[in-house]
Design a protein around this ligand. Structure first.
Ligand code: ADP
Ligand code: MG
Length: 605
């Protein structure tokens, strides 16, 4: 039986949780030494902070160098409230954690609007602000800090002993780990990890990348706040000396050394983070050099960190262990035509897009009938990909109008186009490389998941059932494009042709009404080409409208109902394959010689 809260998928998971509880319970009893218990306490709360940072850095690929500041917010809030207002730990701790989360939101909301290294810069600035504020502000005790922070009290009113406090921190750390594990396995964690590979690919399946990055930052800040709260009540005294830039750097170092993007990396990293000052106590003033050295060695010899490197070794074995699961699911019906929504008519009028002096699209008109395949050909640089980029919301048109069915499109971002049922594949393949083939398709279902964040975070029955249902659909889609047996491989390990098929499967998961394929046959072997034609025709048979850009004349002539030809950003011809082949303007601009369907293999490539 599966309990509702944690994604423990079998008895072995519950055995591991029970073992962890047993070890954490017995450790301070068996090794009854005050110093050792203190070290264990620090290890447990630093693990929470490192885990939170890993969710941000290792999962979504963002950098924060100001986590010491968020840690300080948790610590100072609980310290001030308990020493000045005399409030109990059970009130001040949630307040500290909540304020750290709010500060995280306040930092992330503006800085994540901009692309590039702004978040890292803003977090550095925040870290310095927190340090200077705590050092100068009388409310935070200035350089003298805040002392006499009481330990938490038990329900009877007596203060917790060091061992009891360790049990509390360790219990919360275990809870944080289990919740992070839930997140990792759920669609939320998968979405976070997808962002690391490609923002744009995430957007075109309907993910609002900005919102998810903010969410990751807030979760990470909450975890930092929890650590700060525990630290304040452990040491009983805080001042600005703890919340310095180098502490943020060491947290980041712990994530990288342990293995970013893994669940157990932060544990290994925080053990190392905790042990270095203890082991090298006499070399304390050199601790940043020691960290620097360890980071350098890790990056050179173990670029994925300690746990990440171990995971790479076990990947192969895991793949082979999980393969039977796919085989048993192969009985699921193949791609069902009725499973996709009906294609919509596309109408484009006078579409223009310029890049500086280059008029990539110069007043393009296009009408595509619903449920048909429209081929788009033309020489390199004629504006084909730009048209797809504008239609999918990657670029904004300078002028012109676009209608999908009865709906006027004015895309603000690709995710809004995906919500309209418009999605695409890319000329230069964009997969979520680090995710498995199956997970790439699962990310494609983003808009169809109905369970929200909390249900996935707590792994309710509904969330688990929904995940399983989409998993079966993903397997069916992979079987449909002919790569079902690769489901558990990493996407980046697939050969080029199969990567193109995976991109199509992921796009189908969006349930598109208009699907645009940008050079789907590029790099595809002749054997795979007939499979590709079968797939494209089957998608049309399912009722989807397709816009296919291709240099491969054999394919485009055989599958297209209508073909348009672009040259220098303008449409120079439109018609059936036969009419296009005979059009002198097309022959002059693109084909170079008269062509009959089936004769020419590739042109203009
Ligand atoms: P095609 O896909 O037909 O080969 P593209 O649509 O990629 O052509 O490009 C059309 C023109 O627009 C080319 O001259 C290209 O250099 C230019 N172009 C496309 N994207 C950009 C961009 N992001 N910045 C500047 N120029 C671009
Ligand atoms: Mg192109």
């Amino acid at each position: 039986m599966r309990l509702p809260v944690f994604a423990c998928s079998g008895p072995s998971d519950w055995v591991r949780v029970a073992a962890a509880v047993l070890v954490l319970g017995l450790l301070p009893v068996l090794l009854d030494d005050p110093f050792f218990i203190l070290v264990l306490q620090s290890l447990a709360y630093l693990f929470i902070v490192t885990l939170g940072l890993d969710i941000l850095v290792g999962w979504t690929g963002q950098i924060s160098l100001g986590h010491a500041g968020l840690y300080a917010v948790g610590a100072y809030t609980t310290a001030i409230m308990s020493t000045r207002l005399g409030l109990p730990f059970w009130v001040t701790a949630p307040a500290g954690i909540a304020l750290a989360g709010l500060c995280g939101a306040a930092l992330a909301l503006p800085s994540l609007r901009a692309k590039g290294p702004y978040l890292a810069m803003v977090t550095i600035a925040f870290g310095f602000m927190a340090e200077v504020t705590s050092n100068r502000w009388s409310f935070t005790g200035g350089p003298m800090g805040i002392s006499s922070i009481p330990p938490p009290t038990l329900p009877g009113g007596s203060e917790m002993t060091a061992t009891q406090y360790f049990w509390l921190i360790a219990g919360v750390a275990l809870l944080c780990h289990l919740l992070a594990a839930n997140l990792f396995r759920s669609r939320i964690g998968r979405t976070f990890r997808a962002l690391q590979s490609s923002d744009i690919a995430a957007e075109i399946v309907g993910i609002n990348v900005y919102r998810y990055k903010v969410l990751a930052f807030v979760i990470s800040s909450v975890y930092a706040g929890i650590g700060g709260v525990f630290f304040a009540h452990q040491s009983g005294f805080i001042n600005s000396d703890t919340f310095v830039f180098s502490f943020s750097v060491s947290l980041l170092a712990a994530v990288l050394i342990g293995g970013s993007g893994t669940l157990y990396g932060p544990l290994v990293g925080s053990v190392i983070l905790n042990l270095i000052p203890t082991v090298f106590a006499s070399l304390y003033k050199y601790h940043l050099y020691i960290f620097g050295g360890i980071i350098l060695v890790t990056i050179v010899f173990l670029p994925k960190g300690i746990v990440g490197s171990l995971r790479q070794i076990t990947w192969f074995r895991r793949v082979h262990r999980e393969t039977p699961d796919i085989a048993s699911d192969a009985c699921i019906p193949d791609f069902a035509p009725g499973s996709l929504p009906h294609g919509a008519a596309l109408a484009i009028r006078q579409l223009c897009k310029s890049f500086g002096g280059i008029r990539a699209l110069n007043g393009v008109d296009l009408a595509i009938a619903p449920g048909t395949i429209h081929g788009l050909i033309g020489p390199n640089g004629s504006g084909k990909s730009t048209l797809v980029n504008v239609l999918s919301g990657v670029y904004r048109a300078d002028s012109g109008a676009m209608m999908l069915g009865d709906c006027a499109l004015s895309p603000k971002r690709p995710s809004s186009m995906a919500r309209h049922g418009v999605t695409r594949t890319f000329q230069n393949i964009r997969l979520f490389n680090e995710l498995s083939v199956l997970d790439n398709v699962m990310v494609g279902f983003h808009l169809q998941f109905t369970c929200g964040f909390w249900r996935h975070f707590l792994q309710t029955r509904a969330a688990i059932a929904e995940e399983a249902a989409f998993r079966r659909k993903a397997i069916a889609l992979l079987a449909f494009v002919g790569i079902g047996e690769r489901a558990h491989d990493r996407a980046q390990d697939l050969p080029h042709g199969q990567q193109r098929m995976l991109e199509i499967a992921r796009a189908l998961a969006v349930r598109p009404r208009l699907l645009m394929l940008d050079e789907p046959a590029a790099g595809v072997s002749p054997a795979e080409l007939s499979n590709l034609m079968r797939i494209i025709r089957a998608i049309r048979a399912a009722g989807v409208t397709l816009l296919v850009i291709e240099h491969h004349m054999d394919l485009i002539m055989q599958v297209s109902d209508t073909i348009s030809v672009l040259d220098f950003g303008q449409k120079i011809a439109e018609g059936t394959a036969a009419a296009i082949c005979a059009d002198p303007k097309v022959i002059e601009a693109y084909l170079g010689a008269p062509v009959a369907p089936g004769e020419v293999v590739a042109a203009g490539a």
